[in-house]
Design a protein around this ligand. Structure first.
Ligand code: GLV
Ligand code: MN
Ligand code: MN
Length: 412
C-alpha cells in the first residue's frame, strides 16, 4: 500500500527546489524545475517505471501492463508552482501516483493496462502567462505558435526549451491519440474549504470550473506629479483602480462567479511621475460558461467606458479560456467505490481551481480525487495536509487504479 510518510517526505524534498530561499517558487523550465524533475524521475524508476523528460519538459513514467504496449491509465498532476506557493498543489498528485505504482510493483502486480504517471512541467502558467503547457502537449492540442510567447525577461518558450536541452520540434509527436489513454485520473488538494467543513478527508470531483484570462493595457500620459493640474491628467493607475473595482463588483453579482485582478504594473513607477501606462490581468471562473462569458463582456465594456471618460486608450489581449470540464460519470462511479472502500462517506464536489484534466479531456475521460487541506488554503505557503489524509487519498487512488475497469474501452 502507498506509504504516506514517504509521500510527505517527498513533498518536502521537492519544496527545497525553489528560486526563493525560505519559500517555494518553481516555474516552468527553471534550474529549480530541472532539479525537481531529476528527483521525480529517480522516484519513478525506483517504482519500476521507464521514465524520462519529454519534449516539453514533463516527467513521464510508464509501468507496463500484463502486455507490453497496452493502452494506459494516465495519472498525474503538475510540478511547477505559483510564486510563494504551498508544497502540495500539484506535487501531492504526482508523488501519490508514483507511490501507487510503487505499491503495484512491490507486489509484482501487472494490470490489463499500462499505468503512466505524468509530472506536468507547466500547469500554473506563471512564467509565460499561459497555462497547461505540459498537458496540452500530451493531449496534442498545443498550438505551436504559442512557443513564441515570451517571459518577463524576453525569453520565448522555444528558446527556454532549447536552453533546457529539449527539442521543441518534437512536441507535436507527444500528442496521444484517443484510445491510447483509457482515462486520466488526478489526485489534488481541494484548495477550498468544503471537505474540512464536512469532516471528510477526500472527495470526488464532478467538474472543473471554466476560466477566462485576459491582459488589459491602459495608455494615458506620463507627466510631472507636481506640475500637471488634476483636471489635465490622463492617469492610468487611477483608471485601473476603477477597473479593478468594476471587476470585483461584476464578480460579486452572482454567487457562482469569481473574478480576480492578480497582477497590476504601473509604468514608469516613480513617486513623482503620473503613471502613463498600466497593465493588469483579469481571471474569471464559473461553473457555467454563459455566466463567465457574460462577466468578461460586461467587464470589458465597463473598462472601455471608464477609460473613455478619462481619455485613456485600452488594449485587451485574451490570454486563455477553457470551458467547464465535466468528469466522466463512469469514472466518478469507480472513484466513489475507491473512496467508500476506505470507509469514507462519498462526497462529490466541483473544482473551482483549474487542473491538467482540462487539457486531457480532449483525448480521454477524466476523474479527480480531492484531499482535504487545512482551512481550504492554497496558493499560499500555509498550505497544509495531514498524514492521515495523505494516506487515505493515496489509498483511494490505489484502489481506483488497481480495480480500474476500462470496460469496452480496452481491446479484448
Ligand atoms: C491553477 O492553480 C489555477 O486554477 O489557476
Ligand atoms: Mn495551483
Ligand atoms: Mn494545481
Amino acid at each position: 500500500m502507498p506509504d504516506p510518510s514517504r509521500i510527505l517526505e517527498r513533498c518536502d524534498a521537492l519544496a527545497r527546489h525553489s528560486e526563493l530561499p525560505g519559500g517555494l517558487t518553481r516555474v516552468f523550465l527553471s534550474p529549480e524545475s530541472r532539479a525537481a524533475s531529476e528527483l521525480v524521475l529517480g522516484w519513478m524508476r525506483e517504482a519500476g517505471m521507464q521514465a524520462g523528460l519529454d519534449a516539453i519538459g514533463n516527467c513521464a513514467g510508464r509501468y507496463e501492463g500484463a502486455q507490453r504496449g497496452a493502452p494506459c491509465l494516465m495519472l498525474g498532476s503538475h510540478l511547477d508552482t505559483v510564486r510563494d506557493a504551498g508544497r502540495y498543489d500539484g506535487m501531492l498528485g504526482v508523488i501519490s501516483a508514483i507511490e501507487c505504482v510503487h505499491a503495484l510493483n512491490a507486489q509484482k502486480k501487472r494490470l490489463p493496462f499500462a499505468v503512466e504517471v505524468l509530472g506536468f512541467g507547466d500547469e500554473e502558467g506563471v512564467r509565460f502567462g499561459t497555462t497547461l503547457l505540459g498537458s496540452r502537449a500530451v493531449a496534442g492540442v498545443l498550438d505551436m505558435n504559442i512557443l513564441e510567447t515570451r517571459d518577463a525577461k524576453g525569453v520565448s518558450i522555444r528558446e527556454a526549451l532549447r536552453d533546457f536541452g529539449l527539442d521543441p520540434d518534437a512536441i507535436p509527436r507527444l500528442g496521444r491519440k484517443r484510445g491510447q489513454v483509457l482515462a486520466y485520473a488526478e489526485l489534488h488538494i481541494e484548495q477550498g474549504p468544503v471537505l474540512e467543513a464536512e469532516g471528510l478527508p477526500v472527495g470526488v470531483v464532478t467538474a472543473i470550473n471554466g476560466f477566462s484570462r485576459l491582459r488589459v493595457t491602459l495608455t494615458g500620459e506620463a507627466g510631472h506629479a507636481g506640475t500637471v493640474p488634476m483636471r489635465l491628467r490622463r492617469d492610468t493607475l487611477a483608471a485601473a483602480a476603477e477597473c479593478v473595482l468594476a471587476v470585483e463588483r461584476i464578480a460579486k453579482s452572482d454567487a457562482e462567479l469569481v473574478g480576480t485582478v492578480g497582477r497590476l504594473e504601473a509604468k514608469p513607477g516613480a513617486i513623482n511621475v503620473i503613471p502613463g501606462e498600466v497593465m493588469f490581468t483579469i481571471d474569471f471562473r464559473a461553473p457555467r460558461d454563459d455566466l463567465r462569458e457574460d462577466a468578461v463582456s460586461r467587464s470589458l465594456s465597463e473598462i472601455r467606458s471608464i477609460a473613455g471618460k478619462r481619455k485613456i486608450q485600452t488594449h485587451v489581449e485574451p490570454l486563455q479560456s477553457f470551458g467547464v470540464t465535466e468528469c466522466a460519470e463512469w469514472l466518478m462511479a469507480q472513484m466513489d467505490r475507491a473512496v467508500a472502500a476506505e470507509g469514507v462517506r462519498v462526497r462529490r464536489l466541483p473544482s473551482g481551481a483549474g487542473h491538467d484534466g482540462m487539457a486531457l479531456k480532449a483525448i480521454t475521460d477524466i476523474a479527480m480525487l480531492f484531499v482535504r487541506c487545512k482551512g481550504g488554503v492554497s496558493h499560499n505557503p500555509a498550505e497544509a495536509i495531514t498524514r492521515d489524509d495523505a494516506a487515505i487519498g493515496a489509498r483511494a487512488l490505489y484502489n481506483f487504479v488497481s480495480s480500474f475497469d476500462a470496460g469496452r474501452r480496452l481491446p479484448a
